[in-house]
Design a binder for this molecule. Structure first.
Ligand SMILES: C[S@@+](CC[C@H](N)C(=O)[O-])C[C@H]1O[C@@H](n2cnc3c(N)ncnc32)[C@H](O)[C@@H]1O
Ligand code: SF4
Length: 354
């Protein structure tokens, strides 16, 4: 089993972001009380056995603006359920993560940390609505190493209006500098999400496939291997097991405001309004997925990542089309699995196969 926990508070709202994030305003006590009830209920409801949770991902929002003591209580609840060597990740922002916080979180059981840098360039950071500087990124990475984190991710965003070859070379130059301090990189192609500031104005996205290819090619040249459209690891040990579980269609629990859980053909949604969630944290809206939805999702997720498509899960027509694409070198067939050779083409291929 896998577990996602949402912390919905941020210091400010970035212009591209549609994740549930609200200004903090002293809601910690009531939110974490609700979260604990939610977690207890879900562990019971899913009949979670001792030592069976393989990954925990605390995402946001900005988990690093919440004092570590609140997470101590969460880890206390989780401790008996965590598998040996479970991967326990938390997202954090460069401007709000202190060395002390990192050390405390490490003590509670966190063993992977994911920093949202988005860019190293001052103008691009401003353009994205970020409130940290390049120096803060370097500092926080040094601190995470000092706190003895052995698995550290950095998030970047590219294909924004500001990204040209010079800008991407600047990002790569800085990536090279911090490479010894990280084990994993997530480089996200900007998506324009409804109801964000970017959705309201003129196009903020570059939409330049040659620059996307340029960036990815050079990230690989730095020594990262790509295992999903946006994800790169220094080696196989550092593949994010939590994300891999999503792409493999594994079951997961989602706790916290607007979190999502998944089991077989059902998605579970928590309440999206903070006060309503605090009043009723165990409520779930259930969406039943039909076989067509599940199949399409299987194709998209498999083709975007190293998971691939198992021939046993494909009907005959889809399998024939997939073999045709191996002749065109778009897919590789190995031990009964079709693998995509260029993740940037995954959506097109999924639509062709479906
Ligand atoms: C849950 S979000 C943010 C976590 C953390 N608060 C932060 O700001 O770094 C996780 C990552 O998703 C990426 N992201 C969020 N919105 C995006 C968008 N519209 N397009 C591309 N990437 C996005 C960012 O790289 C971000 O670090
Ligand atoms: S990107 Fe991170 S810090 Fe910015 S609004 Fe979204 S969750 Fe908050």
């Amino acid at each position: 089993m896998h577990l996602y926990i949402h912390i919905p508070f941020c210091e400010s709202k970035c212009y591209y972001c549609s994740f549930t994030s609200l200004k903090k305003k002293n809601y910690e006590d009531s939110y974490f009380n609700a979260l604990k009830k939610d977690l207890d209920f879900q562990l019971n409801f899913f009949n979670i056995k001792k030592k069976s949770i393989k990954t925990v991902f605390i995402g946001g929002g900005t988990p690093s603006i919440i004092q570590a003591k609140y997470y101590e209580e969460i880890f206390k609840i989780l401790e008996p359920f965590l598998a040996k060597n479970s991967e326990n990740t938390c997202e954090a922002n460069p401007n709000s993560t202190s060395l002390e916080w990192l050390k405390e979180m490490k003590n509670f059981g966190l063993n992977r940390i994911s920093f949202g840098a988005q860019s190293f360039h001052p103008e691009k950071l401003k353009f994205l609505g970020r409130i940290h500087s390049q120096d803060m990124i370097f500092k926080v990475l040094e601190n995470a190493n000092k706190a003895n984190f052995k698995n550290i991710n950095l998030d970047l965003i590219y294909d924004t209006k500001m990204d040209n070859k010079k800008m991407l070379e600047f990002e790569l130059f800085n990536l090279k500098k911090i490479k010894p301090l990280i084990t994993h990189l997530s480089a996200y192609n900007l998506s324009i999400e409804p109801k964000t500031i970017f959705a309201k104005k003129e196009s903020f996205k570059k939409n330049a496939p040659y620059l996307m290819n340029f960036f990815i090619k050079n990230i690989k040249k730095l020594g990262f291997f790509q295992y999903e459209i946006s994800n790169f690891a220094k080696n196989k040990t550092y593949i994010c097991k939590h994300n891999l579980a999503y792409w493999q269609g594994k079951a997961y629990i989602g706790c916290g405001l607007s979190a999502i859980g998944f089991l077989k053909n059902q998605r579970f949604y928590t309440i999206k309004n903070l006060k309503d969630y605090i009043a009723n944290p165990t409520f779930r809206d259930i969406e039943k997925l039909n076989p067509q939805d599940l199949n399409l999702e299987y194709l998209f997720l498999g083709l975007r990542s190293c998971v691939g498509l198992n021939e046993k899960k494909l009907d005959n027509t889809t399998k024939e089309k997939a073999f045709f694409l191996t002749k065109k070198r778009k897919l590789i067939y190995k031990n009964g699995i079709f693998y995509n050779t260029n993740y940037l083409l995954s959506d097109e291929i999924a639509l062709y196969l479906s």
